[in-house]
Design a protein around this ligand. Structure first.
Ligand code: PTJ
Length: 254
């Protein structure tokens, strides 16, 4: 039973926090995942806790990129498994992407709990569990370097939501296109991904599912045009300006 009153002005955000804490209690989330959530909340607050026009543009580009991909893979960590397991499975089916569990704070028990949760939410195949099919991705020091030889290792497009900084550049150097969800437009991941969705994953993932469905009727040429017209650096700059404008507005009220 949730202790958050529905009438609370920030009920939605507090319910997201509650999901994560529950995920921690259920062995899905690393302790550090709680801190990552706090950091995300701070940026979400500064962004007005809603999906911006700039995020919507990034979502559209991401949907197009995933639809033209030959072998897309969604990387799942503890926070994602706790926050939106159902949606992540739905997205993987919508865009025909593989799911791979890949943890920064690697822990076999937590990995198995995440796999169980994804299966409970409809996933059929989940990569990243068997050590026999693993490969090392060069340029990464953390446990994230261990990837599945049939998954991230051979993927052309990889979705890395709520990511620490070390992997995106390594994935890019390995020739992959990287899409991320990250509320912090200043993070290394945000700044180095090909497409950065600066929004709360719990909101943006539903929009990405809808957009992928909508764009699935388009031909490859139209999808490629959407990708080519998207400028990630410009999009990130606009998110930062938005934070600045929100701060200016608040400073005037204070
Ligand atoms: O489960 P593991 O072991 O793979 O660990 C996962 C965490 C998230 C702990 C690990 O990847 C990590 O430490 O990440 P960071 O470096 O804290 O980065 C996470 C980023 O996600 C930060 O920039 C946060 O602002 C952002 N973030 C947090 N919550 C959300 C978010 N972005 C979008 N939606 C959120 N709900």
């Amino acid at each position: 039973m949730s202790l958050i009153p529905k009438s609370h002005p920030r009920a939605k955000s507090l319910l997201i926090r509650e999901k994560l804490v529950k995920g921690f209690d259920n062995g899905l989330v690393a302790k550090e995942g709680l801190l990552a959530q706090g950091r995300g909340e701070a940026f979400d607050y500064l962004l007005g806790e809603k999906t911006s026009k700039t995020a919507t543009q990034a979502i559209k580009a991401a949907a197009a990129q995933l639809l033209v991909a030959e072998m897309p893979v969604i990387s799942v960590n503890g926070n994602i498994a706790a926050l939106c397991p159902k949606q992540v499975v739905k997205l993987s089916k919508q865009i025909k992407a593989k799911l791979e569990v890949n943890l920064f704070y690697s822990n076999e028990k937590r990995k198995m709990s995440i796999i169980k949760t994804l299966k409970k939410n409809g996933a059929n195949e989940i990569l990243g569990a068997k050590t026999t099919s693993s490969k090392k991705l060069p340029g990464i020091d953390s446990a994230r370097r261990i990837v599945d030889k049939d998954g991230i290792f051979v993927a052309d497009v990889v979705v890395v939501p709520l990511e620490d900084g070390d992997r995106t550049m390594a994935l890019r150097k390995a020739g992959k296109i990287v899409i991320t969800f990250d509320l912090n437009p200043f993070s290394r991941t945000s700044q180095t991904a090909n497409i950065t969705i600066v929004d709360n994953v719990t909101r943006a993932i539903n929009l990405l599912i809808d957009e992928s469905k909508k764009l699935s009727k388009k031909n490859q040429k139209s999808l490629q045009k959407i990708i080519d017209d998207f400028d990630n650096k410009k999009n990130i700059r606009e998110n930062i300006i938005q934070i600045k404008n929100n701060l200016d507005r608040r400073a005037k009220i204070a």
